[in-house]
Design a binder for this molecule. Structure first.
Ligand code: FAD
Length: 388
């Protein structure tokens, strides 16, 4: 390994995932010299490719709403702007209510969501059944519908961001984990990998579920911990469903589940296990499919005819309050945090990529300070997001 820094960059990004890859694109587009490092052989091999593809701005806090509104704008216009298909489908999101508790929570959130510019409305039972005719109607009260939300293919999207980033001049080094962070007089001055040493005054931690390990390299204990989540995909069938359906009623074994029909006809679905499953284990279980299938068929009996093709398991990079950790790290000039995306890194990625670019270039715009206050690395982590 060469010990002398053999290349000097403006920014080094740790992690070519849902956040690091769009960030490389936006930073490079402004003329900065960017290096992205990742232990895997290509982009998106961490949590990114495990995502099912849901993209929504329907959140409960202003930071996520703003960032995801911007991501939606970018994803929905991507093919027209860059000529690459990422399988964007504008089917919307539906949070359904079968109990007064969910009805009240969803209705309460509408006020803030509308104030921040979300196109979202409460639909009563009959209106909702017009949008989703196959929903089980017994006990259905209604739900929210946000028609501008949608879905993409995570891998097509990240590869397209990668293509565009490389075209703009970004350098991606694969099979190359960061093993050391180099400080000079307390400031970021570079990183060491298994192969070389690189210099930069700015380093972005975008290491997803591995963010805490990166922090440890400079003595930080970043509160990001991995949680295991399973998902599945069915065979492709004729279009029968447009929005993502989210049911947040907790029952034994799970708190919520969600499913949608992809542009290419397959139904994709996930469940939120309760209690959560901490750790890095990504081996599929035999309990996931029976548990989620029961819930899905209950809410949409027609689904019992669709055959499941494959299940998989991946990691959510969780934080104590369910919100990402984005911003400059106190006490280590040049260390920028972009971690803790929980179950929403795909939808947050492009919005956060642009925000990181404005941070690095010191070009923050009107709402950025407010957004950053919700995501601050030095916040108290006291509150909990309502639509995790
Ligand atoms: C089953 C499932 C379904 C999901 N569905 C959705 C969804 O519908 N919509 C949505 O928005 N999100 C979804 N998610 C969540 C989403 O996948 C994550 O939030 C997101 O991928 C996290 O992005 P990231 O960039 O922080 O991490 P990653 O995409 O994991 O990227 C981190 C990268 O850092 C790299 N890295 C690690 N250590 C080092 C090191 N030492 N040096 C250099 N690089 C390193 C890793 O190899 C990895 O490539 C889902 C997740 C799962 C598991």
């Amino acid at each position: 390994m060469s010990e002398a820094p053999h290349s000097i960059y403006d920014v080094i990004i740790i992690g070519a995932g849902s956040v690091g890859t769009p960030a490389a694109f936006f930073l490079t587009k402004t003329g900065l010299k960017v290096l992205v490092l990742d232990p895997y052989a290509s982009v998106g091999q961490g949590s990114n490719k495990r995502a099912i593809g849901g993209i929504r701005a329907t959140h409960s806090d202003p930071a996520k709403i703003r960032l995801c509104l911007r991501s939606l704008e970018l994803f929905s216009t991507w093919q027209v702007t860059y000529g690459e298909d990422i399988e964007w489908y504008k089917g919307g999101y539906c949070f359904v209510a079968y109990r007064e508790k969910e009805e009240q929570t969803l209705k309460k959130l509408l006020a803030i969501q509308k104030t921040l510019g979300l196109n979202i409305n409460w639909l009563d039972k009959n209106q909702l059944l017009e949008v989703v005719p196959d929903l089980h109607s017994d006990g259905l009260i209604g739900g929210t519908f946000s028609p501008d939300d949608g879905s993409i293919s995570p891998l097509l999207a990240i590869h397209s961001f990668y293509n565009q980033a490389v075209k703009s001049g970004a350098q991606f080094n694969f099979d190359e984990p960061v093993t050391e962070i180099i400080l000079s007089h307390g400031k970021i001055s570079g990183v060491k990998t298994n192969k070389a040493v690189y210099s930069a005054g700015v380093m972005i931690n975008a290491a997803g579920p591995w963010a805490n390990q990166i922090g440890k390299l400079v003595g930080l204990d970043i509160p990001v911990f991995p949680e295991s989540h399973e998902a599945a995909i069915t065979e492709s069938v004729a279009r029968f469903l447009h929005p993502m359906i989210v049911d947040t009623r907790p029952i034994e074994g799970s708190t919520s589940y969600y499913f949608y029909q992809h542009l290419t006809g397959q139904v994709l679905f996930c469940i939120t296990p309760n209690p959560p499953i901490p750790g890095f284990d990504t081996r599929e279980t035999s309990s996931f499919l029976p548990a989620v299938a029961r819930r899905m068929v209950e809410i949409m009996p027609r689904l019992k005819n669709v055959r499941v093709r494959r299940t998989w398991r991946g990691l959510y990079p969780m934080t104590p309050d369910g919100s990402p950790i984005v911003g400059w790290v106190d006490g280590i000039p040049g260390f920028l945090s972009a971690v803790g995306m929980c179950g929403q890194g795909l939808m947050l990625g492009p919005g956060i990529g642009e925000l990181l670019t404005r941070l690095v270039r010191q070009e923050l715009v009107a709402d950025d300070q407010d957004t950053l206050s919700f995501l601050s690395p030095s916040r108290q982590f006291a509150s909990e997001e309502m639509l995790k």
